[in-house]
Write a protein that binds this ligand. Structure first.
Ligand SMILES: [Zn+2]
Length: 583
């Protein structure tokens, strides 16, 4: 008995059998296709006469809307010479050459099972090289095999697991781990560590290579909204500590209960309890414009060594030089300070409130007030308010502009903002849920329409997401969209980068106002650790560096592009502008 190719020159064949019992895959004969053949791998048959190789598989098929298959279909394909070579002579170089070609699902694993007896050293090299384009099941097989046969070497890799060009900065105590880090000067960073149930805030100098100071702190805010818990603002180091339960059922609503302000030498200036309060938009009429927006009361502003903090219906102003309460500003009825304050050129102070703007002069008199009926998600420097349903209202003129999208059926719908608007000199960038984004000039005229948009962080279904998917640098806007793409545009709307991604964007930021860092969640089948992919983008839209690092805990980047990160009880530094990138 010979195969169909020997008999009639046929190279493919298929047949159907109706499903009788969906628990049992129908077993088709193979003899009438390939005769009395060899079966070296699952679904692979070799004719004993002409030695041609066939791939014979059985799959369920039928109406795609049906849950169960209606037919079992057997298909047989004559495999080309190129792939046949690997089947006849399994080799590592053959896997690498054929990695993108289609084979039965378990084929590569079966080849590896054969090779492991004789090619152990070559397989080890293959694992160390971590060729990124190999099929996922090859990577997983190599990981499991390596872990089992070289446990000590595997442990060493687990401890490193990042580019060899990284320098060890410091080693903490055995059970001390980095929670978060933040640069407070070009060469200095502060970081919080945990050791069992104790927490410390300390600072390290990159030039002197030593810890400058270390103090004990309360537990930082880690059990709720994912907001920065250690950050630099206007010459001070700020930290949220402790937490207050926001909801019995939804821990994401927990919020910090203490704001601590330190000077850059680790001296605590203020420790302020944050009143538990948030303000929800609830009225039906308001929802048509604002949706169910929540404003938190823990945002604040520091300038001129003054801290402006919302407190009930007041603004508390603390003098950070003395650490004393300087004054309390009582808000007009209906106004609540949002935490954002600005100083104008004429020394007046503008406060963003929950529903508008309040301007006071140096002697405390109200000089400007705008109270909207609705809750804006953003107010720009021209006093234009942006609502969740894309309506823009000018506080200067009271004029409103509604951004609509006309569907194919001719219905015009108000668009919804996906993320906070991004203001740049000369205009504003707006991203919408599902359907693209716009670049507007300062007259609110459309400069450009883009098919892409940003991660939805404002819509009701994105409840609890606090990240910023879109940022502006000196002359660029960088837009990120989870599991979709990274985009860079200039202020005229020219697209400089369009890169598709299949992972979550953990954060996007600039460290010098020019270059952008995008951190992506990264899963590599060669490893079973949580990892992060770091991309360094130039203003031209080029990817200057691409690194696989440890999980993002304790990761930050200095003004000069020195990236620090932690692993176990150690901290490392890597120069993102350095050429070397050996893994
Ligand atoms: Zn044959």
């Amino acid at each position: 008995m010979s195969c169909l190719f020997c008999q009639k020159g046929t190279s493919h064949f298929s047949r159907l059998e109706p499903v009788v019992d969906e628990r049992q895959t129908h077993i088709f004969p193979t003899e009438d296709i390939v005769g009395n053949s060899l079966n070296p791998f699952t679904e692979i048959y070799e004719c004993k006469d002409c030695h041609s190789i066939w791939w014979i598989k059985t799959r369920g098929t039928g109406d795609p809307r049906s849950t169960y298959p209606e037919f079992y279909e057997q298909t047989a394909l004559l495999i080309d010479d190129h792939r046949s070579e690997l089947i006849r002579n399994p080799s590592i170089s053959g896997i690498l050459k054929n990695k993108d070609l289609s084979f039965p699902y378990s084929f590569f694993e079966e080849v590896l099972e054969i090779l492991k007896e004789t090619k152990s050293e070559e397989l080890k090299t293959l694992y160390y090289e971590r060729e990124p384009s190999l099929p996922a099941n090859v990577k997983r097989w190599l990981l499991q095999w390596f872990q089992k046969h070289f446990p000590l070497e595997f442990q060493t890799i687990q401890k490193q697991g990042f580019p060899s060009s990284a320098n060890l900065l410091l080693t903490l105590e055995e059970d001390e781990f980095v929670v978060v880090s933040e640069f407070i000067a070009k060469e200095q960073f502060a970081f919080i560590t945990s050791k069992k149930d104790k927490f410390f805030l300390q600072s390290y100098d990159l030039t002197d290579q030593k810890i400058l100071w270390k103090i004990s702190i309360r537990k930082p805010f880690l059990e709720g909204l994912s907001i920065p818990i250690l950050f630099y603002q206007s010459g001070y180091l700020c930290s949220y500590q402790g937490y207050q339960k926001g909801s019995e059922y939804y821990p994401k609503l927990n919020r910090p209960n203490t704001l601590c302000i330190y000077d850059l030498f680790g001296n605590l200036i203020l420790s302020l309890p944050l009143a538990f309060n948030c303000y929800e938009v609830l009225s039906t009429e308001e929802r048509d414009v604002s949706e169910n927006r929540i404003s938190h009361n823990f945002n604040f502003t520091i300038f001129d060594d003054l801290l402006f903090l919302p407190y009930q219906t007041k603004i508390q102003v603390y003098d950070l030089k003395s650490g004393k309460l300087n004054k309390t500003i009582k808000m007009p009825a209906g106004e609540i300070f949002s935490g954002k304050a600005f100083k104008s050129e004429s020394e007046n102070i503008l406060f963003h409130t929950l529903k508008g703007i309040l301007g006071i002069n140096s002697s405390g008199a109200i000089i400007f007030q705008y109270l909207s009926s609705y809750h804006p998600v953003f107010i720009d420097s021209q006093f234009q308010m942006y609502y969740y349903y894309a309506i823009i209202e000018s506080a200067n003129t009271g004029e409103k502009k509604t951004l609509k999208q006309t569907t194919e059926s001719g219905i015009s719908l108000v668009r919804e903002l996906a993320s906070l608007p991004v203001e740049f000199p000369g205009g504003i960038y707006l991203s919408f849920s599902f359907d693209g984004s716009l670049l507007l000039n300062s007259e609110m005229e459309i400069i450009k329409n883009f098919p892409f948009t940003a991660t939805d962080t404002l819509g009701p279904h994105s409840f609890g997401i606090t990240k910023t998917p879109t940022i502006v640098t000196e002359d660029r806007i960088i837009i990120t969209n989870d599991f979709s793409g990274i985009y860079m545009i200039d202020f005229s709307g020219n697209v400089l980068l369009e890169k598709s991604i299949s992972s979550e964007v953990l954060s996007v930021f600039t460290f010098d106002g020019k270059h952008t860092i995008v951190l992506l969640s990264f899963h590599d089948d060669y490893s079973n650790k949580i990892q992060t992919e770091l991309l360094l983008l130039t203003p031209k839209g080029e990817i200057l560096a691409q690194k696989i690092l440890t999980e993002p805990k304790g990761l930050s980047v200095s003004f000069d592009g020195i990236c620090i990160f932690s692993e176990h009880n150690q901290m490392f530094a890597i120069d993102l502008f350095a050429e070397d990138d050996s893994l």
